[in-house]
Design a protein around this ligand. Structure first.
Ligand code: NAP
Length: 285
């Protein structure tokens, strides 16, 4: 592309940002949709976060993605926060408005759109969420309206309990239950959709898996690992070995980016465009 006097800037703030794939997504989208827009990563130190947001607004940066470790910490510096992001308690996309940035969460709609694109339905499904970190919490919030029952299993039991309590409060029903990791054998009989939302198994520790007992995987008809590097995690391999279907987190990454781009530019990205970017992301891994 040619950078000129009309070029708009979007970007990513986080720490670290060196290995991000977001520039691949957004710079391809700008080219495909004919926008004079460039997307760049910005490494921001924690003590500079407020100044970075203020400075970006002053510079007329159209939109920003926010990544680790700022998704929660950035909220006090925003002019407004969208209702879903407020409920999730984390923001990964900022949109410039008069007087500052409004925060959104496109991670969860991104996961939902990824599941739709993979033909995975969550309606009425019994779900196991492995993990109780920031993303696990957001997944539980997202599923609370649609899923049948949700079981949150985590190494640190108190974190799983806090999520279940919160989600039950939102849902107004006892939809979520916390369980210690070791208690998976006490899950009610039946087949589950499982979302692997821990960092266990991520590159370079690719031989790690949260639950190694293969009997666990006989209970899973669909496994979603939110990790995308490696492309096929040990969790996914074990799900497949026991006859289930398994997906990684690359489409979630893709669609959180697409939804952010749609917010910044007021347009819709087509399925064909999404497929082309997905192929490029795969090659970039
Ligand atoms: P987080 O808040 O740091 O939570 C990490 C989770 O992993 C916690 O449940 C933690 O358990 C568990 N964990 C870590 N090491 C463990 C170990 N050795 N044994 C057992 N449990 C362990 O992280 P997050 O932000 O939620 O991210 C979770 C995962 O989602 C990461 O792998 C990240 O790459 C992925 N992710 C993917 C996308 C995407 O677009 N595909 C987007 C965001 C995140 P404790 O609570 O016991 O510590």
């Amino acid at each position: 592309m040619t950078v000129n006097g009309q070029t708009k800037t979007c970007g990513l703030i986080g720490n670290p940002v060196e290995h991000t794939l977001s520039p691949v997504i957004h710079n391809m989208l700008a080219k495909m949709t004919g926008k004079n827009l460039i997307y760049v990563p910005f490494l921001v130190e924690g003590e500079n976060l407020a100044d970075a947001v203020k400075g970006a607004a002053a510079l007329g940066i159209r939109g920003l993605n926010v990544t680790v470790p700022y998704k929660e910490r950035i909220i006090p510096f925003l002019k407004d926060v969208d209702a879903l992001a407020q409920k999730i308690g984390a923001v990964n996309t900022l949109v410039q408005e008069a007087g500052g940035f409004k925060g959104y969460n496109t991670d969860m709609p991104g996961l939902y759109r990824a599941m739709l694109s993979d033909g995975v339905s969550v309606d009425g499904e019994d779900v196991i969420i492995l993990g109780a970190g920031g993303v696990a919490r957001a997944v539980a919030v997202m599923l609370s309206e649609k899923a049948g029952r949700i079981f949150v299993l985590n190494r640190t039991g108190e974190k799983a309990m806090a999520i279940a309590e919160e989600v039950n409060g939102y849902a107004g029903r006892q939809v979520a239950k916390a369980m210690p990791l070791s208690a998976w054998k006490e899950l009610p009989d039946g087949k589950y959709l499982a979302v692997q939302a821990t960092s266990v198994g991520m590159h370079p520790c690719i031989d790690d898996v949260l639950i190694a007992d293969t009997d666990f995987y006989q209970r899973i008809h669909t496994g979603y690992d939110l990790i995308y590097n490696p492309f096929e995690t040990l969790f996914m391999k074990l799900v497949k070995k026991e006859g289930g279907q398994a997906f990684n987190g690359l489409k979630m990454l893709l669609y959180q980016g697409i939804i952010a781009y749609e917010l910044w530019n007021g347009l819709s990205v087509s399925g064909e465009q999404a497929d082309r970017i997905y192929e490029r992301l795969r090659e970039s891994l």
